[in-house]
Design a binder for this molecule. Structure first.
Ligand SMILES: C[S@@+](CC[C@H](N)C(=O)[O-])C[C@H]1O[C@@H](n2cnc3c(N)ncnc32)[C@H](O)[C@@H]1O
Length: 255
């Protein structure tokens, strides 16, 4: 990241036409790649009770599929009834119709389904882009039946710059909050500074029990990250979580 450039980009995002153009050019469809979709499907379903077999007859909601409906295609093949929600209308209507997905697009504050509608809510690379993660987790909890599961893959690395090198993979943690706000408050990477421990806390705070986290560790190793002085305040467990799959079960008493 380069602060003057990022501040300028952030200011430009206040202009409606620039924001619309950025959204239109945003490529989100990695789940159209069969290899990536198969790998992500395997990771998410590992945390669904009963695994892939547990999807038979289940109601599944995907948050933020973007242009790629590959995960829900696999869920449907496994016997699930599939819904999706996004704040932007990226998906191809014929693919949506072909898969029989109930796709709804709308403002982030509200999931347009009744309480306790779903057995599974999942997402891939979405939570780190939410404007208000606590509100969205509360909505996910509301539409899950008690005992249902929320499973999310969250990419905790830098979305700009070297992802694998110790000096840059968490470069966004260099900046004080006021500076980060100036650089990103209108951009989709604004909440990406939340760490593994923050996500665990948020899941527990929004009535998810049995929270488990699967962790992808950085290839550069902990010692190289510890050489970066700006990471002194980050504990080892958070440093070692470059990507996570976090899963929580909707606690029965809160339903
Ligand atoms: C980085 S893309 C990931 C797309 C897709 N899941 C994938 O793995 O390729 C993030 C997606 O989250 C969506 N998104 C952002 N905020 C959202 C919200 N509050 N609710 C649902 N989707 C949201 C974006 O519109 C976009 O489609």
């Amino acid at each position: 990241m380069f602060p003057p450039r990022d501040v300028a980009l952030n200011l430009l995002m206040a202009v409606g036409a620039v924001r619309a153009r950025a959204e239109a050019r945003h490529v989100t469809g990695v789940m159209d790649d069969p290899g990536l979709a198969a790998a992500m499907f395997a990771r998410l379903t590992e945390r669904v009770p009963g695994g892939v077999d547990g999807l038979r007859g289940a109601r599944v909601l995907e948050l933020g599929p973007g242009q790629g409906l590959g995960l829900l295609g696999r869920a449907r093949d496994a016997g699930a009834r599939c819904s999706a929600f996004d704040v932007a209308d990226y998906a191809d209507p014929s693919t949506v119709a072909g898969l029989g997905v109930d796709l709804r697009v709308g403002p982030a504050a509200h999931l347009p389904w009744a309480d306790a509608t779903f057995d599974v809510v999942w997402s891939s690379s979405v939570l780190e882009h939410l404007r208000d993660p606590a509100a969205m987790l509360a909505e996910a909890r509301r539409v899950l039946r008690p005992g249902g599961v929320h499973v999310a893959y969250v990419d905790l690395e830098s979305h700009h710059g070297g992802r694998r090198e110790a000096a840059t993979m968490y470069d966004f943690l260099r900046y004080p909050q006021w500076m980060w706000d100036l650089m990103t408050s209108r951009r989709s990477i604004w909440v990406n500074r939340l760490r593994r421990s923050d996500w665990e806390r948020l899941f527990r705070a929004t009535a998810f029990d049995e929270v488990v986290v699967d962790v992808d560790e950085p290839p550069c190793g902990l010692a190289a990250l510890r050489e970066q002085r700006y990471l002194d305040a980050v504990d080892d467990e958070d440093l070692l979580a470059r990507r996570i799959v976090i899963a929580g079960r909707a606690s029965p008493q809160a339903g």
